[in-house]
Ligand binder design. Structure first.
Ligand code: ADP
Ligand code: MG
Length: 315
């Protein structure tokens, strides 16, 4: 039988399964450092801040800002490293100056970059259109991805794995990893068996309205029955988690977003940070929403380290 990482939190006072392996973090009292592998993209994000709402066919005014580190994998990895975890990012960048710069940024943020492939193709590049409400529209103009799934995942010891990738061929790797690590996966892909994970996370904005009628069925289908929780993030409305007949809802504080880029990635970092400490989903969801909302207050794609340190004192 598979170990059940999330159920182990119910065994009061006991540390079992993958949690037994977590080293104590001496810097943060009771908090525990974990070895976390993040599978996802690294991108060079270029931003245009629009002075009016985005409208197809219009002639709009905007301001550019310097390119910055982004991509779903990088954003979550940076926040988890700032929270004190040992983070390995599994991704690819090009053998170009953009790739050099992003790798240097990641290393400076404390993310382990040795498992990042360098490919003979351009580094992933996105344009972000930011409207005056801080909401972002992402346009991918180059995607740097390995041809084969990153099987080196199986050789890396981990307490937890987080996946934010649309590639369809990761399922066997995640299923193998789920035997001894907590696996959290972002969807899409929305396909049966595509993400064998203990926790499936999806953003409402990425889903067809119909998919949300039975979120737990969605999580079950995507995870091949492995998911204990299906978590749906919902921007300014916060997030909900559905598991075993239970529904948890956490609303987000009302704020004025500066830049919503990476909100879902910061949410994932908060969720993982709390779950690897053995906190129950009700608490983890609250931490995750706080991380997500914080991300919208900064003109960056990932959470700045000082923001993470402040969050750690509050949650
Ligand atoms: N406008 C907002 N106001 C407050 N919190 C927000 C806002 N937008 C996002 N968040 C926070 O970030 C989390 C993830 O945002 P969401 O927009 O659902 O994900 P994504 O970045 O994938 O589109 C939300 O659950 C919430 O905590
Ligand atoms: Mg959003």
């Amino acid at each position: 039988m598979r170990p059940d990482p999330l159920d182990s939190s119910k065994l009061a006072g006991q540390r079992v399964g993958w949690r037994a392996a977590l080293p104590v973090n001496h810097h943060q009292g009771d908090a525990r450092l974990a070895r976390i592998i993040v599978v996802g993209s690294i991108a060079r994000d270029e931003v245009i801040r629009l002075s009016e709402p985005l409208r197809g066919g219009a002639h709009l005014n905007g301001m550019t800002a310097p390119a910055r580190l982004g991509g779903g994998g990088a954003n979550t990895a940076v926040a988890l490293a700032a929270a004190g975890h040992q983070v390995i990012l599994l991704a690819a960048v090009g053998r170009d100056t953009a790739g050099d710069g992003l790798l240097a940024d990641l290393a400076a943020a404390g993310v382990a970059t040795a498992s990042i492939s360098r490919l003979a193709r351009p580094t992933t590049h996105s344009w972000l259109l930011l409207d005056p409400t801080g909401e972002r529209t992402v346009i991918n103009v180059a995607r740097c991805e390995e041809d084969a799934p990153p099987s080196r995942l199986l050789d890396l010891p981990a307490d937890a794995v987080y996946v934010r990738s649309r590639r369809r061929d990761l399922a066997p790797l995640l299923a193998a990893k789920a035997a001894d690590a907590l696996v959290v996966a972002h969807a899409p892909p929305i396909e049966p068996g595509a993400r064998p994970a203990h926790v499936v996370v999806a953003s409402r904005s990425d889903l067809e309205p119909g998919a949300l009628r039975f979120p737990q069925v969605l999580g079950n289908t995507i995870s091949d029955g492995l998911a204990r929780w299906t978590v749906i993030t919902d921007g300014a409305a916060g997030a909900r988690a559905f598991g075993g007949g239970e529904t948890l809802a956490v609303s987000a504080p009302t704020i004025r977003p500066v830049d919503t880029t990476g909100a879902g990635d910061a949410f994932a970092a908060g969720l993982l940070h709390a779950l690897v400490q053995g906190r129950p989903m009700a608490e983890a969801l609250t931490v995750a929403v706080r991380f997500g909302t914080e991300a919208t207050l900064w003109p960056t794609s990932g959470l700045p380290v000082e923001a993470v340190h402040r969050l750690l004192r509050e949650v």
